[in-house]
Design a protein around this ligand. Structure first.
Ligand code: ZN
Length: 431
């Protein structure tokens, strides 16, 4: 069962090549499980025990099941995660011709990838393309995925840099631009990328208005380890929590509280856009749910006080080759359970109240729990939890499964952990 669930996660990640594609995957899962699609632009007529989802920018998604009981008393029970992962974004006018027939694509770094892990890999391009529509405000939106490995970023040979294994500075404008092709004919700068897009979408070049395109590695994820105990795949951060959260929502049967999974975009670049945790997106949707159920303003605020949020993002496992990088005591181990993340500077929302709640939930279903803190002399990362809390006033905890190589093109997580965190999510929604 654990292995099957981990393989399902790998498949989900392999298909979720960009945030847009991750949302598309989640939508089809929800469609298959009786959730009704509603549009933010339409008038909502929600019913108790109804299952719904809506999207923002097609890169963020909120799915929810309205509780049977009084929302004021039972509140919202939320899980938050993010759809985006570190990568490279393709710039406009992307073709760069250099001498000797190489055609390179101009990119900028998205988020904080470990750049050297992107070298010498088969890479492809995916994202969305805007195509001329009926009027300027309604362009047609097309998802695109070339699927084939059409790009690569070659390393410099060690013979040309003998110091390479002492650490190399990578300049993203100079050293990490991918090669798309060798060109024989004379260089026509504006046409290469648009040509392949128009061919892929079967449209005219003139119809293409703009695009959001990103690179991704085409190598599929795998279970590795002598006992297949590890999940080796990119974007575990944070697609693993999306996978566990959405399946937790679908498989839960509790209908006391109103259960919500919110998938924000743009966590890796500061969460400040209209579809990110720093926006009023979630607040507005919770308000609309409460208005639909005819709660007064007073009752809505009481419902928020009776609510709870799990901000689910990955955590750092202790690295066997860099043990000294972890806290002496609070150093999670892969496959020893979901991890509660704690920081004195409140980079995580966890406090003793929310931590107690989550630990009890895990205890109910025999799921082990670990705790993570940064070394006292290290800053560590942040996540959607505190940013979302600045918009909406709900008790919250930051948790996630421990992984190695976070933000590498290929991260390493645990098979058992993934199933255990899913079990904890089902229980959370069931109580
Ligand atoms: Zn993350």
């Amino acid at each position: 069962m654990e292995r099957k669930f981990a393989k399902d996660l790998i498949h989900f990640i392999d298909e979720s090549v960009t945030a847009f594609h991750a949302v598309e995957q989640v939508k089809s899962l929800l469609d298959d499980n009786g959730f009704e699609r509603i549009d933010l632009k339409d008038e909502w007529k929600l019913k108790k025990t109804g299952k719904y989802y809506t999207t923002k920018n097609n890169s963020a998604l909120i799915a929810f099941i309205i509780g049977e009981e009084d929302l004021t008393q039972n509140g919202f029970r939320l899980i938050g995660a993010h759809t985006d992962s570190p990568t490279f974004r393709i710039k406009p006018e992307a073709e760069i011709d250099i001498l000797n027939n190489y055609l390179k694509i101009n990119t900028e770094v998205y988020g904080g990838p470990i750049l050297n892990t992107w070298f010498d890999r088969p890479l492809s391009i995916a994202g969305r393309v805007m195509v001329k529509g009926e009027n300027p405000f309604n362009p047609e939106e097309h998802l695109i995925d070339f699927t084939k490995p059409i790009l690569t970023i070659p390393n410099l040979a060690i013979h040309m840099n003998r110091e390479v294994n002492k650490g190399v500075e990578i300049n993203p404008q100079e050293h990490s631009l991918p090669i798309l092709s060798m060109i024989e004919e004379e260089f026509e700068s504006e046409n290469y990328l648009l040509k392949i897009i128009s061919k892929e979408l079967d449209i005219q070049i003139e119809e293409i208005l703009d695009f959001d395109l990103f690179l991704y590695g085409t190598e599929k994820g795998e279970l590795v380890g002598l006992n297949e105990e590890f999940i080796s795949v990119g974007k575990l951060d944070d697609l693993a929590m999306i996978h566990a959260g959405i399946h937790g929502l679908i498989d839960s049967e509790g209908r006391n509280s109103t259960n919500v999974v919110v998938l924000f975009d743009h966590e890796e670049v500061g969460s400040s856009t209209k579809q990110a945790a720093g926006s009023p997106l979630l607040k507005n949707i919770l308000k609309r749910i409460s208005t639909n159920l005819e709660l007064t303003e007073e009752e809505y605020f009481r419902a928020l006080e009776n609510s709870f949020m799990i901000s689910a993002d990955m955590a750092h496992a202790v690295h066997p080759n860099y043990v000294e990088k972890s806290d002496p005591n609070n150093r999670p181990i892969i496959n020893k359970g979901p991890t509660i993340k704690i920081a004195a500077n409140q980079a995580y929302t966890t406090d003793s109240y929310s931590s107690s709640v989550y630990e009890e939930i895990c205890r109910n279903v025999n799921v082990p729990v670990q705790k993570f803190t940064n070394r006292s002399d290290a800053r560590g990362g942040s996540t959607i939890g505190p940013i979302s809390s600045s918009q909406i006033n709900i008790a919250s905890i930051d948790i996630g499964n421990p992984i190695l190589a976070m933000h590498s093109i290929r991260e390493l997580g645990g098979v058992k952990d993934h199933f255990n965190i899913y079990k904890s999510f089902v229980e959370y929604f069931n109580i």
